[in-house]
Design a protein around this ligand. Sequence first.
Ligand SMILES: [Zn+2]
Length: 126
Amino acid sequence: MPEPFSLNAYVCRKCDGRIVTRNCHVGTTPFMLRCKFPKCDGVMESQFGSLKAVGGIEPTYEWYRREDVLDMTPDEFRHHVNGGVFLRPIVKERDYKPTKAQRDSTRIQRDLAKRARARAKREKPQ
Ligand SMILES: [Zn+2]
């Protein structure tokens, strides 16, 4: 099982395309993937964490544990309960757009902090 944050490369048999993945969470990763390059229906194979294959390339995908169990297909669920992790593109901080729920939660946090400060001010002995 790979270490957290460890890197791996997957290379396509057909187009020779290469992606580098990192581990966000520890879990079982597959040996083969459908090619991530547009217009290629090839299969990418794991390079088993070979540093030579990673070759200093920035990771663009990460393996993560899913929590949305109810949205999983039976195959995904089987993979999940067997300790499997799922692949997602890495979102760069500058491209990151919070979801509505995250924006709402930030707003609520800010509001609570503001109220707490106002309360502390009121309760401060003169
Ligand atoms: Zn390919």
